[in-house]
Ligand binder design. Structure first.
Ligand code: NAG
Ligand code: NAG
Ligand code: NAG
Ligand code: NAG
Ligand code: NAG
Length: 189
């Protein structure tokens, strides 16, 4: 009886501690950004070694985002919001890559099919600012944008690939399909 009680006390005292330290191992909070940019919330994305950080501005429905993903510097990365569906078709994407001169570039493109022609064009929502950098084996895309339909819950999609066409990203491995999407709540995280 006494040893059962001790066991119970052990679990009550230490199980919450064990669970919380497990959660902290996947924490995105130790990431830092250029120009000492700070964000109020972050989460680790469930695939492709990536994280997303953001600050939501309730006064005007805009959000500042930083998306970081591990990728070789000769390849490309992308983060997108899909305002009308889940997955790739209909997604409004930000893409970053190194150009032939070795400069990190950022473009935006609407993905209307599974084999879209990527061109730097406007999205279905306003992007006020966008930039990208590359360090320690990871790209970071920074953007300030207007949340579509002023909705704080959005379907987000992310991807990385190595194919280029005319110097612009084109295509990703067919093994990278389906799982790189989450419904993100910009209000609560
Ligand atoms: C951040 O934490 C993760 C998980 O504990 C670790 O793998 C990574 O090396 C840390 N990064 C920095 C810059 O400390
Ligand atoms: C967007 O929603 C926020 C929070 O509910 C609200 O404060 C803001 O006025 C809305 N903006 C527009 C343009 O509807
Ligand atoms: C939205 O609100 C934030 C916080 O007040 C402000 O810093 C930002 O400039 C505003 N953006 C626009 C496009 O008005
Ligand atoms: C894409 O267009 C934006 C303006 O909409 C510009 O700031 C950016 O430099 C362009 N990127 C490239 C690679 O042309
Ligand atoms: C916001 O978008 C989500 C999908 O991310 C949808 O389920 C929800 O109905 C939308 N809310 C409004 C008020 O349109």
């Amino acid at each position: 009886m006494a040893s059962n009680t001790r066991l119970l006390v052990f679990f009550c005292l230490f199980l919450p501690f064990l669970l919380s330290s497990t959660a902290q191992a996947q924490d995105c909070n130790n990431e830092t950004f250029s120009s000492n940019k700070l964000y109020s919330t972050c989460t680790s994305l469930p695939d492709l070694a990536s994280t997303i950080h953001w600050t939501y501005h309730s006064t005007n429905g805009t959000v500042d985002v930083a998306y970081r993903i591990t990728q070789s510097s000769s390849n490309w990365v992308s983060w997108a919001i899909n305002p009308t569906s889940t997955g790739m078709i209909g997604a409004d994407a930000l893409l970053s890559y190194h150009d032939s001169a070795g400069t990190v570039q950022i473009i935006m493109s609407q993905l209307s099919s599974y084999a879209p022609t990527i061109a730097n064009a406007s999205l279905t929502f306003t992007v006020y600012e966008m930039s990208a950098d590359y360090s320690n084996g990871a790209y970071t895309i920074y953007a300030t944008l207007q949340l579509p339909n002023n909705n704080t819950t959005q379907n987000t999609v992310w991807q990385r690939g190595s194919s280029f066409s005319n110097g612009l990203p084109s295509g990703h491995p067919n093994t990278n399909t389906g799982s790189q999407t989450i419904n993100l709540n910009f209000l609560s995280g």
